[in-house]
Design a protein around this ligand. Structure first.
Ligand SMILES: NC(=O)c1ccc[n+]([C@@H]2O[C@H](COP(=O)([O-])OP(=O)(O)OC[C@H]3O[C@@H](n4cnc5c(N)ncnc54)[C@H](OP(=O)(O)O)[C@@H]3O)[C@@H](O)[C@H]2O)c1
Length: 188
């Protein structure tokens, strides 16, 4: 069944980028494995936050060489004046109405395939909204000390996971977790 999943590489101390906002250190030890291609091919739409989208130096480049040639949905409060380049497969929709709306539209165009979600802030919203099915997380063998934390602002939630698959590449370990259930905790 089609799922909504996160696909992120994190440092062992839980950061999705380094203190300069760069992801090179996390990616230098990353190597795709046989199942990566299968997962990529089964992805029918990508939802990301504006910060993740703008990691590309030139956002017109998505249409030319982004690994996922599928519709992209970018959450932002301020869509750019100049719409980035698109192609027959990769369209770009800026969503200002929130995470639920982004996932709703992405699911429709994914047409039975999976929806990938990228960006720490957006992933946290997805968890709080209880809209995620799976977490695919690759652990880079580094302690970055500072950066954007993947899991924070979740103080009111206890989220139970089940390990479903584990992949070992040369330097990283990747674990896929099913999201089982979530308890919203009382705050005082
Ligand atoms: N390690 C990895 O695998 C990996 C993968 C992807 C990204 N990253 C890193 O993660 C960083 C991005 O994570 P992040 O947490 O900083 O940001 P993010 O989740 O990518 O984007 C956050 C931005 O999205 C917009 N947004 C989020 N929720 C919204 C909502 N409900 N309604 C309207 N707009 C909304 C806002 O942009 P506006 O200010 O435009 O409104 C917000 O500032 C990147 O810079 C990159 O370094 C790492």
């Amino acid at each position: 069944m089609a799922k909504v999943y996160f696909g992120m590489i994190v440092s062992l101390d839980g950061f999705v980028n380094d203190r300069d906002g760069k992801i090179g250190t996390l990616y230098e030890s990353y190597k795709p494995h046989a199942t990566t291609q299968e997962a990529d091919e089964n992805t029918g739409a990508v939802v990301m936050g504006r910060n993740s989208f703008e990691m590309a130096e030139d956002t017109d480049g998505y249409a030319d060489h982004y690994e996922f040639q599928v519709p992209l949905f970018v959450l932002t409060h301020n869509p750019p004046v100049k719409h980035p380049k698109e192609n027959d497969k990769l369209t770009i929709t800026f969503i200002t109405e929130g995470i639920e709306e982004a996932i709703r539209q992405a699911r429709i165009v994914a047409n039975g395939k999976d929806v990938l979600v990228l960006g720490a802030n957006v992933c946290q919203q997805l968890l709080r909204a209880n809209l995620a099915d799976e977490l695919q997380i690759a652990f880079a063998p580094v302690l970055l000390g500072e950066g954007v934390r993947f899991f924070e602002h979740l103080e009111e939630h206890e989220i139970h996971l089940e390990k479903s698959r584990v992949f070992e590449t040369d330097k990283q370990v990747e674990v896929w977790y099913k999201i089982l259930q979530q308890k919203k905790l009382a705050t005082f």
